[in-house]
Each structure stands twice: as C-alpha cells, then as structure tokens.
Design a protein around this ligand. Structure first.
Ligand SMILES: [Zn+2]
Length: 251
C-alpha cells in the first residue's frame, strides 16, 4: 500500500554507509520513523528529502508496521537554518520537543503548520528568536491539549488587574486580590498577560503579528519555557545548548 503525506525531518540516524533512519513530523500520521535506504548516496533521488529540517512530499510503503520511502519530492529545505548556529540550535530544540510530545498514527496538522511557519520565520531572520521560541512553546502545548487556564482569575473570575500571578505548574492565573492563595506564582504585567492570551487563543494567521518590548519578551520566554518543561515533565538537552549560545551572543 502506498501512502502520500507531507512531512519535516526532525531527527536522522545513520545506518551503515548508505542508509538512514529518519523521524518525520507528518500532517496525517504524526511523528513516524522512516527507513531510508540508500539515501546517503549523493545520487539518491531522496538524498535532499532525508536531511534534517527538509520539508517534503513523501510517498511511503508500509510493511510489517514499518515505513519505507518509495519516493520523495523536496518542497523546502531550510538550508539557511544551518548558516546560523543560534537558529540551528533553536530549531533542534523544537525538534526535540516534537519528538517527545507528538505520537504516531494520528493527525498532526496544526502542529506541522506551527512548526513549518516557525522555521520559515527563523530562517528569514526578521522576528526576534526569543519571541519565536515563546510562541512555539506555548502554542504547541495549547494545540496538544495542555493550554493554561488564562481567561480569568482562577479564584474570583475577574478578567484583569494591573498585575496578575501565573501559577505555572497548575496553569492558572490569579488577580492581585487573590494572589495569596496562589503560593509560588510568577508575577506578570498586563502586556505579558496579553501576549500569553494572544498566543494561546488567536487565529493561526495572526499568531506572529504582535509586538512586545525586549523586557516583556525576556519575561515571557522564562514563563513559556518553565511552562513547557513543567507540563511535559522533561529536560531538553538541546535547550541547554541553545541557552549557552544565547548567553554568549546576547550577554
Ligand atoms: Zn481574583
């Protein structure tokens, strides 16, 4: 049986001289492992499509619960991500998150779209990386059913006070009148709160079209990062690497 789907390579492992296993985030089948025979030969028709970050149309064979590449047509290669070490590190972190949050054999259309758009903006280099990171982290968890409850104060249901408190492990916000009950919550100002609500709830087309001051971006980045680490209960090695670079480049 032949299956056609679109997907992005998020991990590659060499097998011997000519072959590879690649993990691919696909729209229709979630994250699947593909056996890619002969793709390391430069003459292979699927050579480009089997590279990290390549986005391609794949035609697959399924035999004994394993997928094999029948043919592949590259759509966009994201070559430029390799030219900037910080972008490369951030894209690798996104790949690691996807590997540990998206399962196989279920549609991952919205996550694929989120990841593709994020890579386009990262490659283009016009959006602040820190903001792309926050949008990806928070929207991804929202898309997979772990959206924080950010509509109103968890206690009194008021929409907003000048300062609010975000209890990251519970995914709840509290107003300034109720914050004693929140315990170890993080203080957030109104622009950070607005950004959090916007990233979780806005239409996909408008997701990247908002501005935020540098300070608010820093604050937001700490919050979205803690949120995804806490709710996936994971440690990402690629995140440590990205943060080392970020400190080196941005002080
Ligand atoms: Zn309240």
């Amino acid at each position: 049986m032949l299956i056609t789907t679109y997907g992005i390579v998020i991990r590659e492992r060499s097998i011997g001289e000519n072959d590879k296993f690649i993990d691919v985030l696909t729209k229709d089948l979630g994250v699947i492992e593909l056996s890619a025979k002969g793709v390391k030969k430069i003459t292979s028709k699927s050579f480009s499509s089997a590279q990290l970050f390549a986005y391609s149309k794949f035609c697959l064979n399924k035999k004994n619960d394993r997928y094999y590449i029948n043919s592949a047509e590259p759509v966009h290669m994201f070559y430029n991500l390799r030219l900037d070490v910080e972008s490369f590190a951030l894209a690798s972190y996104f790949c690691e998150i996807i590997l540990h949050t998206i399962t196989s054999e279920q549609s991952a259309n919205s996550v694929t779209r989120l990841f593709l758009n994020t890579l386009y903006f990262l490659e283009e280099g016009k959006h602040p990386k820190r903001l792309l990171k926050s949008i990806f982290e928070l929207r991804l968890v929202s898309e997979i059913g772990m959206m924080p409850d950010i509509l109103a104060c968890h206690s009194c249901l008021c929409y907003q006070t000048p300062v609010m408190y975000f209890k990251i492990d519970k995914g709840m916000i509290f107003c300034e009148n109720c914050y004693n009950r929140a315990g170890d919550a993080v203080e957030i100002n109104s622009s950070v709160l607005h950004a959090i609500r916007y990233i979780c709830l806005t239409d996909f087309e408008k997701l990247w079209s908002f501005k935020l001051s540098d300070n608010a971006q820093k604050n937001l980045s700490q919050i979205t990062e803690k949120y995804i680490l806490s709710h996936t209960e994971r440690h990402f090695k690629t995140l440590d690497f990205y943060k080392e670079l970020e400190n080196t480049f941005n002080g």
